[in-house]
Ligand binder design. Structure first.
Ligand SMILES: Cc1cc2nc3c(=O)[nH]c(=O)nc-3n(C[C@H](O)[C@H](O)[C@H](O)COP(=O)(O)OP(=O)(O)OC[C@H]3O[C@@H](n4cnc5c(N)ncnc54)[C@H](O)[C@@H]3O)c2cc1C
Length: 442
């Protein structure tokens, strides 16, 4: 249920095990169709982090090559700048690649390859509920969707041996479960009101060194960025710069081209350069109020033969760029679960246990930062232990500007290649403190 990134990854994994995989997706899907109702965020920046990129190439080889042929950028360390307040984070040996690409193109490339598998099909339909026998899911109720994307016909039922919820952050699965007498996974929300604005600009071909580039800038609250907390510039297909500005709470980055360029003028020079060409697509704004996760591991009475993946399980503050890579990691959990001789006649507790490790790690990174900001804004008294953890994180962040080892550890956690616990290593903290020359005391 759901034919976006998480649903397609799950379909790819299921295709190794099932005789037939059917993806139900209500939206009309045409290559590079642009905005579609079910994925309103698809006009915003979508960088595929190294963890997600690795999985894409493992399961769907050739996506990167075609993406590059179409003009997307595969950005290695020499073409990627991550910076704090305009100061680049320290470089280190080796390095990882991320894909700078428009979201509709990436989704289209993945979808074309997954649906080209002989036993995978995409059906235009909206799932409306589940069917069960003896405590196990054995079918999906759905309504075929017409050309206008709305249900036009009677409800039907598709028999299924195994069902995956990939319906995104607004998934109705919890309500269906409750209505049907099963346990509802607990919903956890963390206020993180983010305002995105993304625009596309012509990219002059004269700047050869900028032909493949991803730039991510973080700004601390005292930086004179005019309320922009994060800015990114990706060199993507169509000879374009995709530029994103993000502000928290009441800070809404430019909505018009003039406001957008004026905001970029206050940022490091690359943003002025990236927005100097003609607009190829106007500014598109997007607001998200919270991060949320559903705790399937704590839900005792779930039906068998049912799992959930992607944003339907956890949807984070998007500035961390974790969503698509998380979806890939959830699919890898599904592959392990099925390969490990899963008992399909009991609830998929083992799958949800594997997935929780991935979700906890991603949540630690994104919710940790958001909780600190919320507490600071509300003047909340925080326990000593949390205060010390945050102080250690500040040390590490500051040291990423000068120390290659600290920068590597931080990047690998940010890129979802290592568990956040790697940053709790006392050696890393010692290095960070030495690099910062003990200028901050706990
Ligand atoms: C502003 C913003 C920026 C982001 N930037 C990044 C980034 O840089 N990098 C990154 O990795 N991630 C990013 N993300 C996250 C990313 O968009 C998602 O994590 C990713 O799309 C995976 O989501 P999904 O497939 O689980 O759900 P979605 O992409 O939300 O898709 C849900 C799908 O379910 C379908 N559906 C809904 N209801 C039904 C139903 N009843 N029956 C059948 N189908 C249904 C929808 O039509 C849709 O196709 C960003 C998100 C936002 C909001």
């Amino acid at each position: 249920m759901g034919g976006s990134i998480a649903g397609l990854f799950a379909a790819r994994v299921l295709a190794d095990r099932a005789r037939q995989v059917v993806v139900l997706e209500p939206d009309e899907i045409t290559a590079e169709a642009g905005t579609r109702a079910g994925v309103p965020q698809d006009q915003q920046v979508h960088t595929l982090l190294p963890a997600g990129h690795q999985w894409v190439e493992r399961w769907i080889p050739g996506v990167t090559e075609e993406a590059r042929e179409r003009g997307a950028s595969l950005c290695g360390p020499d073409k990627t700048v991550t910076a704090l307040n305009g100061f680049p984070q320290a470089s280190y040996e080796g390095g990882h690649h991320m894909l700078a690409i428009g979201r509709p193109l990436l989704e289209g490339l993945i979808r074309d390859r997954v649906t080209a598998l002989p036993h995978v099909s995409l059906v235009r339909a909206r799932a409306t509920g589940l069917r069960y026998t003896d405590g196990a899911t054995d079918g999906v109720r759905f309504v075929p969707t017409g050309a206008d994307g709305h249900g036009t016909q009677e409800e039907e039922t598709l028999a299924a041996d195994f069902v995956v919820d990939a319906m995104g952050r607004s998934s109705r699965l919890s309500h269906w479960l409750e209505e049907d007498g099963y346990d509802q996974p607990r919903l956890e929300r963390l206020e993180a009101p983010v305002n995105y604005a993304t625009a596309l600009f012509e990219r002059p071909t004269t700047f050869e060194d900028l032909e493949s580039a991803a730039v991510l800038q973080l700004f601390t609250p005292d930086h004179p960025s005019g309320g922009v907390s994060v800015a990114a510039a990706n060199a993507i297909e169509g000879g374009q710069w995709l530029v994103m500005l993000m502000g928290y709470g009441d800070n809404r980055p430019g909505r018009t081209a003039e406001e957008f360029r004026a905001a970029c003028a206050k940022l490091p020079g690359i943003f002025g350069e990236a927005t100097s060409g003609a607009l190829t697509r106007p500014v598109v704004a997007y607001h998200q109020a919270d991060s949320r996760r559903r705790h399937f591991t704590g839900a005792g009475g779930l039906p068998a033969r049912l799992v959930a993946v992607g944003d339907a399980v956890a949807s984070f503050n998007p500035v961390y760029g974790q969503g698509m890579s998380s979806a890939a990691l959830h699919a890898s959990c599904l592959a392990s679960y099925l390969a490990g001789g899963a008992d399909l006649d009991t609830a998929a507790t083992e799958f949800f246990r594997l997935q929780q490790v991935v979700v906890d790690a991603a949540w630690t990174v994104s919710a940790g930062g958001d909780a600190a900001r919320l507490d600071a804004a509300n003047g909340t008294e925080v326990p000593e232990e949390v205060r010390r953890q945050r102080w250690a994180m500040e040390q590490i962040l500051e040291a990423t500007l000068t120390d290659g080892d600290v920068s590597r550890a931080f990047q690998e956690v940010s890129y979802m290649l290592r568990h956040p616990a790697a940053l709790a290593d006392p050696d890393i903290l010692k290095k960070a403190m030495a690099a910062n020359e003990g200028t901050v005391t706990p």
